[in-house]
Design a protein around this ligand. Structure first.
Ligand code: SAH
Length: 337
C-alpha cells in the first residue's frame, strides 16, 4: 500500500491511466486530496468502481493526532503519528499576516545541535513529501482554519532530505491542489552548503532561513557539529552568493544563549559578517530544554544585542514567542510524550 499523497498530479494521472482510467480522473482525485479528505469515499465525483481500485493500492496518509496542546494565544501544537508509528511535531500559529504552520521534515534529526531537543535521539527516518503535505492538511482539518504560510522549521534538517523537501514544495504549490504560493513557504537549514546552492537554483522564490547562532567558527562549532563540515566563512560566502543570485533576503536565526553567544563583541562580529548582505537577523530567546545545560540569555542582553546590530545597519527583530506555555518548541513534545 502506498500513500497517495506522495504522488504529484502527473504521477497520479499516469497511475490512473495504468488502471484503465482517463487522465482527468487524476486531476479530480488530486483536487480532493488537496482539500484534505481522509477517505476515498468522500470523493463524490469519482465512480465507485475507481474508488474500489484506489483502495486496493493506496491509502490517504494523513497523520493521526496523538496529542494536541492549545495555548492561550491560539497556538496549537500537535504530535502527529504516521501509519508506521513514526511521530513528528507540527505547530499552528496565528500572526497578524495570517495563519502559519511549522512542519517537520524528518522524525528526529542527525545534525546534533547541542541546544536542540529534536536531535537527542538521532534520526529516526526521513518524511516523504506526501507526509509533509499530510501535516498541513491534518492541521487544517483539526483547526478548521486556513493556513497560508508554511515554514519547514520543525523537527529535522530539510536539506538532509532534499528530494522529499522538493517533492513537498511542488505538491503544495500545485494550483489544482493546495495551491500555496512559493513566497509563502520558508525553509530553514542548519547550514548545509550544497543544499543552499541547489535550493537557490531550484526554488528562488521560496524563502530561506539559516540557523546561524554564532558570530564565528569557533563558537558555532561548539554548538553546531555541522559547522565542522561546512565552515563559517564558506557558509557566509554561500549565503552571499544565494542573495546575489536570487535577490532574496536570507533570515539568519540566532538563538541567544546566556554566556555562549550573547556578548556585545559577538554582536559586533556578527554585524561585520552581515554588512551589506541582503539579510535579516531573527533573535530567538532560547527555549530551555530538559537535559541540556544552556540558559536563555537575559532580556536585557538580547535587547543590547539587537541595538548593537541595528547601530551597525543590520536589520533585526526579536522573535515573538508563541506557545511558550505549551512547550511549543523544537522536539520537546515528542520526547515528553
Ligand atoms: N534543521 C533546521 C530546521 C529545524 S530547527 C535548522 O537548523 O534550521 C528550527 C530552528 O529552531 C533552528 O533555528 C534551530 O536552531 C532552532 N532551535 C533548536 N533548538 C532550539 C532551542 N532549544 N531554542 C531555540 N531555538 C532552537
Amino acid at each position: 500500500m502506498n500513500n497517495i499523497l506522495d504522488l504529484n498530479r502527473k504521477e497520479l494521472a499516469e497511475a490512473l491511466t495504468g488502471l484503465g482510467e482517463k487522465p482527468f480522473r487524476g486531476t479530480q482525485v488530486f483536487e480532493w486530496l488537496g482539500r484534505g479528505v481522509s477517505s476515498f469515499a468522500e470523493m463524490t465525483n469519482i465512480p465507485a468502481s475507481l474508488i474500489t481500485k484506489l483502495k486496493e493500492d493506496y491509502y490517504i496518509g494523513l497523520p493521526e493526532v496523538v496529542k494536541k496542546q492549545e495555548s492561550k494565544d491560539g497556538t496549537v501544537k500537535c504530535l502527529f503519528r504516521f501509519k508506521d508509528g513514526t511521530e513528528v511535531e507540527s505547530v499552528f500559529m496565528k500572526y497578524s499576516y495570517g495563519n502559519s504552520i511549522c512542519i517537520s521534515s524528518q522524525s528526529g534529526c542527525r545534525m546534533g545541535c547541542t541546544f536542540c531537543a529534536s536531535t537527542m535521539d538521532g534520526l529516526e527516518r526521513n518524511l516523504t513529501g506526501g507526509e509533509m503535505l499530510g501535516e498541513v492538511l491534518a492541521m487544517r482539518n483539526l483547526t478548521e482554519e486556513e493556513i497560508g504560510h508554511v515554514v519547514i522549521m520543525g523537527m529535522g534538517e530539510p536539506f538532509d532530505n532534499y528530494e522529499e523537501l522538493s517533492r513537498f514544495i511542488n505538491l503544495i504549490h500545485d494550483e489544482k491542489g493546495y495551491n500555496l504560493g512559493l513566497r509563502n513557504i520558508t525553509v530553514s537549514t542548519c547550514g548545509i552548503i550544497p543544499g543552499i546552492k541547489e535550493f537557490g537554483d531550484a526554488f528562488p522564490q521560496v524563502n530561506l532561513a539559516v540557523s546561524l547562532h554564532a558570530p564565528n567558527q569557533e563558537i558555532r562549532q561548539r554548538t553546531m557539529p555541522v559547522a565542522k563540515k561546512y565552515e563559517y566563512e564558506e557558509l557566509m560566502a554561500a549565503c552571499r552568493e544565494y542573495t546575489e543570485k536570487t535577490r532574496r533576503r536570507i533570515t539568519f536565526e540566532y538563538a541567544v544563549i546566556d554566556g555562549v553567544n550573547d556578548s556585545e563583541s559577538c554582536a559586533k562580529e556578527l554585524a561585520d559578517h552581515l554588512k551589506g548582505m541582503l539579510a535579516h537577523v531573527n533573535l530567538i530567546p532560547l527555549n530551555e530544554v530538559k537535559g541540556r545545560d544552556y540558559k536563555q540569555a537575559a532580556g536585557e542582553s538580547v535587547r543590547r544585542f539587537k541595538d548593537t546590530l541595528e547601530r551597525r545597519g543590520v536589520a533585526v527583530t526579536i522573535r515573538r514567542t508563541l506557545g511558550a506555555d505549551i512547550d511549543a518548541a523544537c522536539g520537546q513534545l515528542r520526547r515528553n510524550n
